[in-house]
Design a protein around this ligand. Structure first.
Ligand code: DGL
Length: 255
C-alpha cells in the first residue's frame, strides 16, 4: 500500500475540499484527480456517474492509495453505497450538502440548498431532506451551468455574477437565513453569491466536515501520519483533460 490519499471530483471543484484537508493534515500526501474530460457529472445519469466513479476509485486503489475521498456531492450520491460494499476496509469518505449544521443553527429558518440536478434528484438527498424538513424550510435549487464557470477559470468573472443574479433573483425577497453549497465547485464562487444575496445570509459548505471525517477515519485505521514541525506532504494534480491549463488552474485554486 502506498502512503497517499486519493481525492476525486468530476473536475476542479473538489479542490475546495482538498484545501481543507491540506490545512488540517499538512503532513499527508494527496493525489488529486479531476475528471474534467467527462464533466459535468450533475446532468448525467446516475448509472454513468456511478460507473465512472467506481472505475476511478479502483484505479486509485490499484495505484496504492491508502484512503479515498470522493470530493463530489454528485458522485457520492451515485456511488458511495457501492464503494462501501466493495471496499469495506478502505478509509473512504464522501460529501453531502451541509444541511445538518445549517438547519441546527437556523431552526424555523428558510434554507436554500444549491446543488447539481443529480444530487437533488437522488434518494440520498431526499433522505437528508426528510431528516431536517421539520426543523427548517428547505428549498432545493438545481444549478445546471454553474460549475462550468469554475472549470473554465471564470469564478471571478462578471458572467458568473450575471448568471447568479438571474438564478437567485426569485429568492431575493424570501428572507433566506442560510444557503448550503451542495456542490464542491460552488465555494469558489462564494464571493459572487454573497454579492447577490447580501452579507446577512449565512453560507455553509461541507468541505471542512469532510476533511475532519477523513482525519478521523485515518486515525481509526492507524493510517494517519503523525504531524511534525516543518514536514509538509506533497500535493499532486492529475486530470482526464490533458490540457496543461487544467493543472495550472488546479494549483491556483488550491492557493
Ligand atoms: N463538484 C460536483 C459536486 O460536488 C459536481 C459538479 C458536476 O456537475 O460535475 O456535486
Amino acid at each position: 500500500m502506498g502512503n497517499f490519499i486519493a481525492v476525486f471530483d468530476s473536475g476542479l471543484g473538489g479542490i475546495s475540499v482538498l484545501r481543507e484537508m491540506v490545512r488540517i493534515m499538512p503532513q499527508e500526501d494527496f493525489h488529486y484527480f479531476g475528471d474534467s474530460a467527462n464533466a459535468p457529472y450533475g446532468t448525467k445519469t446516475t448509472e454513468e456517474v456511478r460507473s465512472l466513479t467506481l472505475a476511478f476509485v479502483r484505479q486509485f486503489l490499484d495505484e496504492g492509495a491508502k484512503a479515498v475521498a470522493i470530493a463530489c456531492n454528485t458522485a457520492t450520491s451515485a456511488a458511495v453505497r457501492n464503494l462501501r460494499e466493495l471496499y469495506p476496509d478502505v478509509p473512504l469518505v464522501g460529501i453531502e450538502p451541509a444541511l445538518k449544521p445549517a438547519a441546527e443553527q437556523h431552526p424555523g429558518g428558510r434554507i436554500l440548498v444549491m446543488a447539481t440536478p443529480m444530487t437533488i434528484r437522488e434518494e440520498k438527498f431526499h433522505l437528508l431532506l426528510s431528516r431536517y424538513q421539520e426543523r427548517a424550510e428547505v428549498i432545493p435549487l438545481a444549478c445546471p451551468g454553474l460549475m462550468e464557470y469554475v472549470e473554465e477559470g471564470k469564478a471571478d468573472s462578471d458572467e458568473v455574477r450575471d448568471f447568479l443574479r438571474e438564478l437567485l433573483a426569485p429568492y431575493l425577497d424570501q428572507k433566506l437565513s442560510a444557503v448550503v453549497l451542495g456542490c464542491t465547485h460552488y465555494p469558489f464562487v462564494i464571493h459572487r453569491i454573497r454579492e447577490v444575496l447580501g452579507e446577512d445570509v449565512e453560507i455553509y459548505d461541507g468541505g471542512e466536515g469532510t476533511a475532519r471525517e477523513l482525519r478521523r477515519r485515518l486515525a481509526e485505521a492507524g493510517l494517519l501520519k503523525p504531524k511534525q514541525d516543518g514536514v509538509q506532504g506533497i500535493v499532486e494534480f492529475r486530470n482526464s483533460d490533458p490540457s496543461p491549463e487544467k493543472i495550472i488552474l488546479s494549483k491556483r485554486l488550491l492557493r
